[in-house]
Design a protein around this ligand. Structure first.
Ligand SMILES: *Cc1c(COP(=O)(O)O)cnc(C)c1O
Length: 811
């Protein structure tokens, strides 16, 4: 892009500070941490609640960036740097994207709805790709920031666009409409997502409809059409499974095909999936193809090849202490950029390897495309690139540390697992290359029971609690007990990236493991044992000090190591009566600490026993008042002003007025709130799942499992699943008390739960061996399990055994 400074200022309503008369850049960035920033970058300094792009301007200048859109006038402008000063950088970013989009006049589909946006987008892309040069939103980039980023990926070769738009509250769609400028609008479905952002369903629907105000056509389910405003109803091209007033009517034939009826034609389409959600999404796609005047034989031929859409980047443990980032379902330039940023942020081993297939990017000539890929890989400092496919192996041959193979099989023949040692490996390939074969070889072998952890949800929950706090209040996150069972290292990595202030662990060895994995945040050890003092000092771990005896011992250790102002954290007992100094200790505490500068009191804190119990509100307030008095005595006695903290998750929720200088967030981060109202505002983090190992049918009166606890009444179909009490499932959940979910249906657990297996009743259910089974997750919340078993979610979550593989993913 080459544009006059004065013209650019008009587009984003900026005033200009700098010398240049022209603005020249090849890409736009909002991520200060991306290794892709360079001389050719136009950087928008977004001012998020927790991350302010303005703070990184001088770092970026070091990397060569010279063009910045800012909302704060720099105190001392840097020479040769151009500043475009606007009142709101996000708005300017969106305005620029809208301007950029308006430079192109080709058909653009805008998709919104509660479910299915990404699937419909990916499928439509697949279906029309042979005939158009399509630009689409990468992954699920559909937010106020994601949509502009998607649109900025358009180049002069594209001739068709497909973008998704997602909203969480009112007035957001108007902005997205201006950026996408869809000529064809698609509404997938309406559910209960983001309800909290709207007064009611009507308001939410009306907001979604704003995407269609300038569209020529609106494709939606017939039932929803009457809800549109009059002038928009004329533009509808509808589909339905029930209502024959629809433009396209679908029905299932008894041979498992879809029968498609329009006023002009009637034909059958073989479809690869038959669950109701997929059927709606396929109906939506077929209707769009009919609108685009596709021939019925082409429709039938391409529909039969649809595939499951996997949009997630998964992080898994690999062989030889490698970490595997599995993105083996797509390879276009936009998503490669995202994956490389993800690799940099989540690498657990410093050495970075990328296994990449040919890139399918309609538009650019191959040579130019691979030139860009070359530059991208180089700027991301990838230690080794393995290119698979005829094009990539040819065009990237000149890249340093490049190994080319013409096909996946050619690579697999040469490949040995020993070639991969202690590195972070990004595996990214187009579907046709079947990189899942590579992933399954590189993955650490464990059984099929996994705990999946949604990193987007963790981030959402962190921000939810942050929104209850003043911007200056610090946050400590408790990652003790292996991050409440969710994996401490990966969570800590995310938290470090999101700039929290402290991590809390229970024991020194948990802290040491985090240090060894490269975590540099300050770490507090809550239960420091004397035997671990030396190691703690060696690894920069900061102890909780809770008694005079412990204080004296730690001081002696620190003195011996010649420590100077070693950070410690004083714990006061204000009513929990577990650990901590009490009032009468304080004089002596001061007299020990006053004369020495070996130790420094960084923070003073206490722990609430009942911040989640309404009945004990007065007791909690008493604890807080007592804490304020005692901590003041210490601060005054030592003439220091340490950070004070007392609130845990439910404390933050119920007593935000007592946040002081820091809070300690625990269970809330993992998606479990104090009550149903709080939990509803959190996103679901972990899902424990496995697969059906075997299905059998037993006769009337037969028994199942140890001790013959279950007796069948009539023919009973039974599925055996490979998860038992050794994986952390309480035995009390067996014998028809508990249940699991298979294909969105409840299946009751029958008989006693065994060590490694259990049996469930699947009579009358449509399921087969290999199908997925959910033990807990969105459908069966941990809170429900805990309540029914008379325990608390903390116990269930931390009991999931380490032999259950953890998989982290990000959408
Ligand atoms: C575990 C713990 C927390 C976090 O409690 P949640 O209820 O999970 O938020 C806070 N402070 C201390 C001292 C803890 O041990």
């Amino acid at each position: 892009m080459r544009i006059k400074v004065s013209d650019f200022c008009k587009i984003v309503s900026a005033s200009f500070l700098g010398e240049a008369t022209e603005l020249v850049f090849t890409h736009v960035s909002i991520d200060s941490r991306s290794l892709q920033n360079n001389e050719q970058t136009l950087f928008f300094a977004l001012d998020g609640k927790h991350h302010d792009g303005h703070q990184f301007i001088s770092d970026l200048v070091q990397k060569g960036v010279v063009n910045f859109v800012v909302s704060k006038v720099p105190a001392s402008p840097i020479v040769n740097v151009s500043y475009f000063i606007v009142s709101n950088t996000l708005v300017a970013f969106q305005e620029y994207a809208a301007y950029y989009r308006s430079q192109f006049a080709f058909p653009v589909i805008g998709i919104t709805g509660s479910r299915g946006k990404t699937v419909v987008k990916e499928w439509l892309n697949f279906l029309i790709n042979p005939d158009y040069n399509v630009i689409k939103s990468p992954k699920s980039y559909n937010s106020q920031v994601g949509v502009p980023l998607s649109v900025l990926g358009i180049d002069h070769k594209h001739n068709f666009g497909i973008f998704e738009a997602g909203i969480s509250t009112v007035n957001e769609m108007r902005v997205l409409e201006k950026i996408i400028q869809p000529t064809i609008g698609i509404l997938t479905s309406i559910g209960t997502d983001h309800d909290e952002g709207f007064v009611d369903q009507d308001e939410k629907l009306n907001e979604k409809f704003k995407l269609f105000v300038h569209a020529d056509t609106i494709i939606l389910e017939e039932d929803l059409a009457p809800l549109l405003a009059d002038e928009n109803r004329k533009k509808v091209f509808s589909w339905s499974f029930t209502s024959n007033t629809a433009d396209v009517l679908f029905s299932k034939t008894n041979r498992g095909q879809l029968l498609v009826k329009t006023s002009r034609s009637e034909f059958e389409v073989g479809v690869p999936f038959d669950d109701s959600v997929s059927l709606s999404n396929m109906a939506c796609c077929i209707t769009t193809l009919l609108y685009l005047k596709y021939d019925q034989t082409v429709i039938a031929e391409r529909m039969s090849k649809l595939y499951r859409v996997e949009m997630r980047l998964q992080v898994k443990n690999g062989v030889h202490q490698c970490t595997l980032i599995d993105d083996s379902y797509s390879a276009d330039f936009q998503s490669l950029k995202i994956a490389l940023d993800f690799l940099e942020k989540h690498k657990t081993q410093p050495t970075k390897t990328v296994i990449l297939s040919d890139i399918f990017q309609s538009g650019l000539p191959e040579e130019e495309l691979y030139q860009q890929v070359h530059v991208l890989l180089e700027s991301n400092k990838i230690n080794r690139v393995i290119g698979i496919g005829p094009a990539i192996s040819k065009y990237l041959a000149g890249l340093k540390n490049f190994y080319g193979y013409v096909s996946t099989d050619a690579f697999l023949q040469k490949f040995s697992m020993d070639d991969f040692q202690q590195e972070t490996i990004l595996v990214k390939g187009a579907r046709g290359f079947h990189f899942e074969k590579i992933c399954s070889l590189l993955e650490e072998k464990t059984h099929e029971t996994v705990l999946e952890i949604n990193l987007n949800a963790v981030r959402h929950n962190l921000n939810f609690y942050r929104s209850k706090l003043k911007p200056t209040t610090k946050v400590m996150v408790m990652v003790k007990a292996f991050g409440y069972g969710n994996g401490s290292f990966e969570i800590a990595k995310l938290l470090a990236h999101d700039k929290i202030d402290y991590l809390g662990v229970a024991f020194a060895d948990e802290g040491i493991a985090l240090r060894k994995a490269g975590i540099q945040l300050p770490i507090i050890v809550m239960n420091p044992e004397i035997s671990a003092f030396s190691a703690m000092i060696a690894y920069d771990l900061e102890p909780e000090i809770y008694s005079l005896k412990e204080l004296r011992t730690f001081l002696a250790f620190a003195q011996e190591k010649n420590a100077y102002q070693y950070p410690i954290h004083l714990k006061l007992d204000t009513g929990m009566h577990r650990l901590g100094f009490i009032s009468k200790d304080i004089e002596e505490l001061i007299s020990i600490l006053k004369p020495t500068n070996v130790l420094e009191v960084k923070t003073i804190f206490s722990h609430l026993s009942s911040s989640d119990v309404e009945e004990y509100r007065d007791f909690t307030l008493q604890q807080i008042a007592d804490f304020k008095i005692q901590s003041k005595r210490i601060s005054e006695g030592l003439q220091i002003s340490p950070i004070r903290h007392i609130l845990n998750t439910s404390g933050i929720y119920n007593f935000p007025e007592h946040q002081m200088e820091m809070v300690r967030l625990g269970i809330g981060l993992y998606g479990v709130g104090n009550d149903a109202v709080e939990t509803a505002q959190l996103e679901h983090v972990s899902t424990l799942k496995t697969v059906i190992l075997q299905i059998r049918t037993v006769d009337d009166g037969e028994s199942v499992g140890y001790g013959r606890k279950f007796r069948s009444k009539g023919l009973t179909r039974i599925a055996t699943i490979p998860i038992g009490y050794a994986d952390g499932i309480p035995r009390a959940w067996g014998n028809e008390k508990g249940y699991v979910y298979i294909k969105e249906c409840k299946a009751v657990i029958i008989g006693s739960i065994c060590m490694d297996m259990m049996m469930v009743d699947v009579s009358g259910m449509d399921c087969e061996e290999g199908d997925e089974v959910i033990i807990f997750g969105k459908e069966i919340p941990v809170t429900e399990l805990a309540t029914k078993l008379g325990t608390i979610p903390y116990e269930i979550m931390t009991s999931i055994s380490q032999r259950v593989k953890r998989i982290f993913y990000q959408e």
